[in-house]
Ligand binder design. Structure first.
Ligand code: FAD
Length: 231
């Protein structure tokens, strides 16, 4: 029997899970190693709803066990590694992986591959807690997504005024959820355009829709700006 083809998949979210499942169904020649910092898949698409309204969905509807989803496949065909890829070396066809982050020393190892799938997606400063309120619209590394969700929910609950920078699909959806939830005045802000329908509905639900340029948003002084517009 020929040696299995080793495929490493980085990232256990929509793309990484789908490609792993599809490869496993289509061929028995591949040995897949899926690497993700959490052993849970996070259904982030519903995040605007459950971050604003914690009781709207139980956690079992947006966290799913990754190993459980692959339990039908034998160990030789599929392996899950809970870790973070820190380096890809194309000359040796290997990836370096750490198994923990934080104060203790990170344990590291490497895995070789014939084929590599990079499905590590994208993260934002807000997701990583680098700017303003941390709202986990994407999974955070090493299991603190649940904690981040809880903190985000509590912050939004206590907030009296909320500025949303950006009115793309996520900004509008978040504003709609906030407007529908019980609470005081909510604001959505943006630096381009918003569809007339979205503006009409947000206004109807009590949101203040404010148009301004990116530079103004970055430099405004929050309390002054808010007081000025709320009068
Ligand atoms: C709030 C919200 C709502 C959305 N709603 C929709 C919608 O309704 N419809 C739609 O089509 N799209 C929607 N999107 C977009 C959709 O979520 C993304 O397109 C999708 O998440 C991309 O999936 P992905 O698997 O490529 O990457 P991601 O979901 O970003 O997942 C990347 C995975 O890789 C892991 N990872 C990252 N770095 C490493 C590393 N170094 N080593 C190992 N693992 C790593 C991460 O932990 C994560 O599990 C929405 C996005 C948001 C934020």
């Amino acid at each position: 029997m020929s040696k299995p083809i080793s495929v490493i998949v980085i990232g256990g979210s929509h793309a990484g899970l789908a490609i792993s499942q599809k490869l496993l169904r289509q061929t028995s020649r591949a040995a897949i190693t899926l690497i993700n910092p959490s052993d849970e898949y996070y259904f982030n698409i519903a995040a605007p709803r459950f971050i604003v309204k914690p009781k709207s969905l139980p956690q079992s509807k947006y966290f799913y066990s990754i190993p459980e989803a692959f339990r039908e496949y034998p160990a030789g065909a599929f392996a899950f590694v809970k870790g973070l890829v820190t380096k890809i070396d194309y000359s040796s066809k290997s990836v370096s992986v750490v198994f923990s982050v934080g104060s203790g020393p990170a344990i590291a190892t490497s895995f070789v591959f014939d084929y590599l799938v990079i499905a590590s997606g994208s993260t934002t400063p807000a997701t990583l807690g680098q700017a303003g309120v941390r709202l986990p619209f994407k999974a955070t590394a090493f299991e603190d997504t649940r904690q981040a969700i809880y903190q985000g929910q509590e912050m939004l609950k206590l907030a009296k005024r909320i500025v949303i920078g950006g009115a793309g699909p996520l900004g509008v959806e978040l504003a709609g959820e906030l407007a529908e939830a019980e609470g005081s005045k909510k604001i959505t802000s943006e630096n381009g355009t918003i569809t007339p329908t979205a503006e009409k509905w947000l206004t109807l639900f009590g949101c203040l829709v404010w148009f301004f340029k990116g530079k103004d948003f970055l430099t405004y002084e929050a309390p002054k700006f808010l007081r000025g517009q709320m009068r």
